[in-house]
Design a protein around this ligand. Structure first.
Ligand code: T5A
Length: 211
């Protein structure tokens, strides 16, 4: 595959969506000149995924933890085959809001499901497709939740208690320790501009080594 998969990860309100959009604008005008740049997200990067996203985030039905895990895996399997693999084959730079680490952090550390089971499901869902780089926007879980909740109604997962979100945070910390080559930590407690400059600096370096 000639394209590159760049993933943004972090707790609720860590600023992924904001930074991903700013990164897209930046890549379009300088960093990724003449390259196809695609923005996507999990859950919800495909038509099937949009429906699964609604089920997962709206508070309409009670969802058991293993059912939740399988719904995220189904979203990912569809996303990988329908969008990620074909776009990477065309040479795209893909900016993806969340990927496999979110499942380890939320369903593993947050819900307490088996890490082995999650690793197996991630393997099945991705067919082995890994990110070239994961930008972990590391913000204090309480600050992130405040930012997310300030926007209005909290979704099903944002409604979980602070202890859950702190376990998720711990999950991302452990993942970064376990995968130092792939995961780059960015201090997301800083201002939007400062975070954007940090993202730019890392990607500028990577882009020049890739292309
Ligand atoms: N999930 C997902 C799982 O449980 N398992 C999985 O396998 C996967 C893939 C997805 C949910 O699904 C869960 C995780 C999530 O709970 P979502 O809506 O995509 O749902 O949730 P988030 O990804 O958390 O989206 P958010 O919009 O809540 O957070 P973002 O994208 O990190 O933050 P953003 O950019 O929208 O910013 C939030 C607010 O903060 C402000 C912004 O203006 C905005 O108002 N902000 C800042 N304020 C101050 N300083 C900064 N540096 C700021 N950056 C942004």
């Amino acid at each position: 595959m000639t394209g590159k998969l760049i993933v943004f990860e972090g707790v609720e309100g860590s600023g992924k969506t904001t930074q991903l959009q700013r990164c897209l604008d930046w890549l379009k005008c300088e960093g990724g000149k003449e390259r196809l740049v695609v923005v996507t997200r999990e859950p919800g990067g495909t038509s099937l995924g949009s429906g699964l996203r609604q089920l997962l985030l709206e508070d309409r039905h009670p969802i058991q933890d293993r059912a939740e895990l399988l719904l995220y895996a189904a979203d990912r399997a569809q996303h990988v085959e329908e969008l990620l693999k074909p776009q990477l084959a065309m040479g795209a730079i893909i900016l993806c809001d969340r990927y496999t680490d979110s499942t380890v952090a939320y369903q593993g550390y947050g819900r307490g499901l088996s890490y082995d089971l999650i690793a197996q499901l991630n393997q099945i869902a991705t067919d082995g497709l890994e990110a070239q780089i994961t930008l972990w926007l590391d913000v204090d879980a309480e600050i992130g939740l405040q930012r997310a909740r300030a926007r209005g109604v909290a979704d099903r997962i944002e409604q979980a208690d602070i202890a859950f979100h702190k376990r998720v945070q711990q999950g991302f910390t452990q993942l970064a320790i376990s995968h130092p080559q792939r995961i780059v930590r960015i201090d997301a407690n800083k201002s939007e501009d400062e975070v954007h400059l940090a993202v730019q600096a890392i990607l500028r370096q990577r882009l020049s080594s890739w292309f």
